[in-house]
Design a protein around this ligand. Structure first.
Ligand code: TXA
Ligand code: MG
Length: 339
């Protein structure tokens, strides 16, 4: 298949992309979290094509992207808590799981009787949704098993020749996939941490519970509530090792290994000078930048087969730091070195 790649899409490109989606095609597009691989969310065949293009198991449900929060009524049984969240955080990086209505094909929900809904805020995503007039089913636009793409070049790497169109929208603002919550009455369960943080969610509900699979490896026979979280999604080719402990001992350790063969390092910008080495990469100066940069750094290491071990200090688990921790921990297969 010849893929049409559009840099800085204009109105006529969005009209063409919407037409492509309506006639069953696939369009990769930017969102504020990561790039998505979109298809018509009401078309079982489009869902099948998405799974094929990604090389993803079809029991892993897709998120339906909507233009307006109120459209949820068409596809799901909503509740007061949904509207509270919608008022506070939509459009934005929040996905809500609700019981689905019959019009949503089971191919989209991986056979579940619930559906994941999200209203993205990126202007290209919004323009495409408005123009299409459909819910767009979209997983992250990576080949299954690679880090989610935060730049169009990574989408091209993974999907060129497998989708009809790729729309560019610059670097993604947040850089990690949306927060996912499952609503249960006036409480909710956090299934995947992201840009809408526990600190932001907790005041709006009676109780916020965490899927235990977020912070430790799954036990035999255990299943996370979001089926996709069971896959070792974010696995780079090298072994990632998280370093836990006081700053001093971590720095001493990194200084001692930085020139060793096969070692890569991810560290804060202000440590770059003292940890300078061939394979030392910066994760920026705050948690927001860590989120934005993490996936592209992991992809960069994949281009360096000589790097066999990547050391990264454990991020602070507050705000979006919990999401950074969760993705890094998954990339590391929860391997931690205590110092
Ligand atoms: O930020 C994002 O959410 C991006 C952009 C493109 O919007 N999309 C994304 O999709 O990350 P994907 O398919 O890579 O991740 C969707 C996650 C998976 O872990 C899936 O198992 C979970 O959402 N999910 C979808 N529907 C679900 C449902 N009904 N119940 C529980 N988990 C669900
Ligand atoms: Mg994904």
């Amino acid at each position: 298949m010849k893929t049409r790649i559009v840099y800085a899409p204009e109105r006529e490109d969005l009209v063409a992309a919407a037409q492509c989606l309506r006639s069953g095609g696939l369009v990769a597009f930017p969102t504020e979290t990561v790039y998505g691989l979109g298809g018509n969310g009401l078309d079982p065949l489009a869902a099948k094509k998405i799974y094929e293009a990604k090389g993803r198991p079809s029991d892993n449900p897709l998120i339906l992207h909507l233009y307006e929060p109120e459209e949820a009524e068409k596809y799901a049984y909503t509740c007061p808590l949904y509207y509270k969240l919608a008022m506070a955080f939509m459009p934005g990086p929040l996905t809500v799981i609700l019981p689905k209505k019959p019009c949503v094909p089971k191919e989209v929900t991986g056979g579940l009787d619930t559906v994941a809904l999200r209203v993205p805020s990126h202007r290209v995503a919004r323009a495409l949704l408005q123009e299409t007039g459909l819910p767009i089913a979209a997983p992250s636009a990576n080949t299954s098993g690679r880090p989610s793409p935060t730049l169009v070049k990574y989408v091209i790497e993974d999907l060129d020749g497998k989708v009809d169109m790729i729309l560019d929208g610059g670097p993604c603002d947040i850089g990690l996939e949306s927060t996912i919550v499952l609503l249960e009455g006036n409480s909710m369960k956090l299934l995947r941490p992201g840009g809408i943080t526990p600190e932001m969610l907790a005041p709006l509900c009676d109780g916020l519970y965490f899927d235990p699979c977020l912070e430790r490896p799954m036990k035999e026979g255990e299943h996370p509530l979001a089926p996709g979280m069971k896959y070792r999604h974010y696995a780079p080719k090298a072994q990632v090792v998280m370093l836990e402990g006081e700053e001093g001992p971590i720095l001493d350790f990194l200084r001692s290994v930085k020139d060793q063969e096969g070692v890569g390092i991810l560290c804060k910008e202000d440590r770059m000078a003292e940890l300078e080495g061939k394979y030392t990469f910066s994760l920026g100066s705050d948690l927001g930048e860590e989120a934005r940069l993490l996936f592209s750094r992991l992809r960069a290491f994949d281009e360096l087969p000589e790097v066999r071990t990547i050391y990264a200090p454990v991020p602070r688990r507050e705000g979006i730091g919990l999401a950074v921790y969760n993705r890094l921990a998954k990339a590391a297969g929860f391997t931690v070195k205590k110092l």
